[in-house]
Design a protein around this ligand. Structure first.
Ligand code: DON
Length: 608
């Protein structure tokens, strides 16, 4: 993509240059050795304050969004399990520890890189539309989308895939018995854990929805109907029973037997669409990943039904020819190039992408260098014009639903997985007696062509609802390799922002050569074509950068991105893990080389 250099650009470059000099002088005066990091909003925590969010190791690295979940994964490795055992234990533990984000009633994606074969396997355990679902499911007879129907209550739920997915992967590649990988999650559900700030916030925000369904109320609200607060003990005995049944019976313990009976009875009672055929017919798909390159690096990411991998490759293809290295990450010109590439990828998503088991998608073309070259000739010198669209509205702030974890071992095996129930506590429906939340993934379909979903993303009929189809996703577990070896593995929650956050972190690390922590902590921005906003997280761009972007026609808004990137880098024989400092995750290595520990971090599991 070549941007026309107008006289305005020279003025901009001059302004940016003066700003950098000023920042450098001020920073030198205040003792900051890396002035440019401050200018672009880098978190500048000292090493000691980073404990928990950054770790180093040689034997393993585990980065998840839950303290107990990271420990569950480590327990597997300590017992002689492999990365898949650790990933399975983390998945089930996260289903307990982050019931607002993921769970047995959800689905997800996983990439596994095996060092000996160099093979990467993409596992798709995305939820599917029930067989009785129809294209106009969420429209009234006049063809208007009925607000809330695809996000709240029983019909928002698609057929869950998480249990089938994790057990399929574990069955194929795990070394430890199924019972062992489920043991930490069963323990955590039964004993309970202290509610942490993000969970308390999610419980409070969704208390009204949870009150509507008796099992949700009994699981997540106290006897007086108020949500659990920070520091209080949340126990999930019904969920413990379900997990135990899965430990005993495998997939049959979820897709058949008493758990399935409870789910189906509730579907009948509340007029849901999921049937026994849907549960028995659920299929995990092992797929070939999406591949691309960025300079010397190979990009390996999630294929359809995720839009994430295709969009990421397209964004990086568009940026490869740009002089980003010379401009630096904070230059208005860089931000313009990146935002233009982001928009192009979302425009292509809207037009072309959908579940390719159902519709034809030109994946090879969209991810080709030739397409990026052709686009570069005509990408705009200015921001795109605002769109007048039905339902075009500002993006809602993201609450950090969904979850991602990355695990690596000393042999170079890596697992990167994003799992979700979509919104906070999904549909708000909990299966009675079984203690898990049903997703609201049906909202990721296009309820009507051009109508934005919960994340403001628009799509066309390619992503229309059809029986058994998987809704398009943004979740993008990603791996970067060089000479066949993993260099960086990462992923994030945050709906459509997942893709742009991953692109930014990858650019920060690979292109701008920032240390991993800074690459993750750096200021984030996002543009998804519709709505026509260039979103930047607080505190926002430097004032002169914002002015320069506004002069180019961008509508710049300050808003949290919600991304919580969980990344592992392989740096020589050192594994380097970073759990986004914006979140509450835990990076666990075996402290190699040893770091001072912060005694303030409390153990989440109370003693018996
Ligand atoms: O699959 C998707 O793209 C969404 N269901 C993911 C939702 C999500 O990341 C929400 N997180 N903040």
């Amino acid at each position: 993509m070549r941007l026309k250099r107008s006289p305005g650009w020279r003025a901009l470059a001059g302004m940016a240059g003066r700003a950098l000099v000023l920042v450098a002088v001020l920073a030198a005066a205040f003792g900051c050795s890396v002035p440019f990091l401050r200018e672009v909003g880098y978190a500048t925590l000292a090493q000691g304050e980073r404990n928990g969010h950054e770790a180093f190791g040689r034997d393993y690295m585990i980065v998840t969004q839950g303290e107990a979940s990271s420990r569950a994964a480590r327990e597997m490795l300590e017992r002689g399990g492999n990365v898949v055992d650790a990933a399975a234990a983390a998945s089930f533990a996260l289903a307990v520890e982050r019931p607002q984000s993921t769970g047995l009633g959800g689905g997800g994606f996983m990439l596994i890189h095996w060092a000996t074969s160099g093979e990467v396997i993409a596992v798709d355990f995305r939820e599917t539309a029930p067989r009785r679902a129809t294209e106009a499911l969420f429209q009234d007879p006049a063809g208007r989308v009925i607000p809330g129907l695809s996000t709240e209550g029983i019909r928002a739920a698609a057929v869950p895939g998480l249990v089938a997915g994790i057990l399929a992967v574990h069955g194929r590649y795990g070394k430890l018995p199924r019972r062992d990988v489920l043991a930490p999650s069963i323990r955590l559900a039964r004993r309970g854990f202290r509610v942490y700030p993000h969970l308390a916030q999610a419980l409070l925000a969704r208390a009204q929805a949870l009150r509507r369904f008796p099992a949700a109320r009994a699981t997540f609200l106290k006897a007086d109907g108020t949500p659990y607060r920070e520091g209080e003990l949340l126990r999930q005995p019904d969920l413990a029973r379900t997990l135990e049944t899965i430990a005993e019976r495998g997939t049959a313990g979820f897709y058949a037997g008493w758990v399935a009976d409870a789910l189906l009875a509730q579907q009948r009672e509340l007029n849901g669409l999921i049937t026994r055929d849907d549960l028995e017919g659920y299929q995990v798909r092992f797929r070939a990943p999406v591949l691309g390159t960025y300079r010397d690096y190979q990009i390996v990411s999630m294929p359809l039904p995720s839009a994430g991998g295709i969009q990421l490759v397209e964004i990086l293809n568009l940026l490869e020819a740009q002089p980003l290295g010379r401009l630096g990450p904070s230059a208005a010109e860089t931000i313009h190039s990146v935002a233009a590439a982001m928009q192009q990828s979302f425009a292509d998503r809207a037009r072309y992408l959908g579940d390719d088991d159902f519709v034809r998608v030109p994946v090879a073309g969209l991810t080709s260098k030739a397409y990026a070259r052709a686009l570069s000739q005509r990408l705009p010198a200015r921001a795109r014009k605002p769109w007048e669209l039905e339902g075009d509205r500002p993006l809602p702030p993201e609450g950090g639903e969904t979850t991602h974890f990355t695990i690596a071992d000393r042999w170079g095996n890596v697992v990167s997985s994003t799992q979700t129930i979509n919104g906070w506590f999904g549909s708000g429906v909990v299966v009675p007696g079984a203690g898990f939340v049903l997703n609201n993934e049906m909202d990721d379909f296009s309820a009507k062509p051009g109508m934005p979903n919960k994340f403001g993303v628009v799509s066309d009929r390619q992503n229309a609802i059809a029986p058994g189809k998987r809704p398009l996703s943004s979740m993008a577990p990603t791996l970067v390799r060089k000479n066949g070896r993993p260099v960086l593995a990462l992923g994030s929650p945050a709906g459509s922002r997942i893709i742009t956050c991953i692109a930014l972190v990858a650019l920060n690390y690979l292109q701008f050569q920032l240390p991993l922590y800074e690459a993750v902590a750096a200021l984030r921005y996002h543009h998804q074509w519709r709505p026509d906003e260039l979103e930047v997280e607080p505190p926002g761009f430097a004032p002169e950068t914002a002015r320069a972007l506004e002069a180019l026609g961008y509508r710049v808004v300050n808003r949290d991105s919600g991304c919580k990137v969980q990344a592992v880098a392989v740096e020589g024989d050192r594994l380097h893990g970073v759990s986004d400092p914006r979140g509450e995750g835990l990076a666990l290595g075996e402290d190699w080389p040893p770091l001072a520990r912060d005694p303030r971090r409390r153990a989440p599991i109370p003693p018996d």
